[in-house]
Structure formats: structure tokens, C-alpha cells
Write a protein that binds this ligand. Structure first.
Ligand SMILES: [Zn+2]
Length: 161
């Protein structure tokens, strides 16, 4: 028997199919490897959870609610309407909300510059905040989603942190 063949036979012996009954009522057949006791542990852990499809749905619903909430808050704060597809706008609302409500934003609002040098930097940070408030392109928010929540903090870096 070749090594490849031997390996695949060995793998087949170690692998088995199991039906998992998730807590949401759905079930799924999965393949498990390794020690039998570990497999059983894995299955009872899985069975306390909802299935991957329901989990995905739940996450999507959470996201939808968060986006809706962000849109509502943006309206209350008088922020401009975002432009883009419905999907883009929904997502960008949450990104914008997080960027404009980080703790650095509170600092920015309450800080009093100590000298001229700080004042210049502080005004720059304020300008950046104003720029963010007027940015209406959903695409821009989505493209910058991984860094934009640090913009205000970074702009305050030389003054406070
Ligand atoms: Zn399910």
C-alpha cells in the first residue's frame, strides 16, 4: 500500500458522520475527526447552540437593527443624509455613528487648549470632525471603515495623549 493510500484509509477510519440537533430545532450532518470522547464533547457543545444558518440570520438581524438605530440617531443629530445604495447607506450609518461617537469625540468637545500650539492642533481636529460630519458618501465611509473611528483620536494625539 502506498503512503498516500495508507494515509487516506487511516483518515477514513478516524472520521465519522454525526447528526447534530441544534437548539433552534434544525439539524445537520457533520464530519468529525479525532478522539471519540472529544467528538462527543464537541457534539454536546454544538447542540447547546443554534445552527450556523440561524446564527447567520441572527447576526444579520442584529446588524440591521444597529444600522436602523444609527440612522435614527443621525437624523436626531441633524447629520446629512448619506448617499449610495440602500445596503451601503445602512452599513455606512453604523460606521459613521461609531466614528463620531468615540470617546475622543467627547474629549474634542470638552478640551480647552493650553497654549497657541495646542490651539492650532485643536482647531485642526475640530475641522476634521466637521469634515466627517459633512461626508455623505456611503462608499467613502465603507472604504475607510477600518481607520475612520481613529481619525479624531489621531488628530488629538499631539495634544492630549
Ligand atoms: Zn437553525
Amino acid at each position: 500500500m502506498s503512503d498516500d493510500k495508507r494515509a487516506s484509509v487511516q483518515k477514513e477510519k478516524e472520521m465519522a458522520k454525526y447528526t447534530v440537533n441544534y437548539s433552534c430545532g434544525h439539524s445537520e450532518v457533520i464530519q468529525l475527526y479525532g478522539k471519540c470522547s472529544e467528538r462527543e464533547k464537541r457534539i454536546s457543545w454544538l447542540e447547546q447552540r443554534i445552527c450556523p444558518q440561524c446564527f447567520k440570520k441572527e447576526k444579520e438581524e442584529e446588524k440591521r437593527i444597529a444600522n436602523e438605530q444609527a440612522a435614527k440617531e443621525a437624523k436626531e443629530k441633524g447629520l446629512p443624509n448619506l448617499i449610495g445604495s440602500i445596503k451601503q447607506i445602512a452599513w455606512a450609518e453604523t460606521i459613521r455613528k461609531n466614528a463620531l461617537s468615540s470617546s475622543s469625540n467627547q474629549v474634542l468637545e470638552n478640551y480647552i487648549p493650553k497654549d497657541e500650539k495646542e490651539k492650532v492642533l485643536y482647531e485642526k481636529a475640530k475641522e476634521l470632525r466637521k469634515y466627517l460630519e459633512t461626508e455623505i458618501s456611503s462608499k467613502w465611509w465603507i472604504d475607510n471603515r477600518n481607520t475612520v473611528d481613529c481619525y479624531i483620536r489621531n488628530s488629538l494625539n499631539n495634544i492630549i495623549y
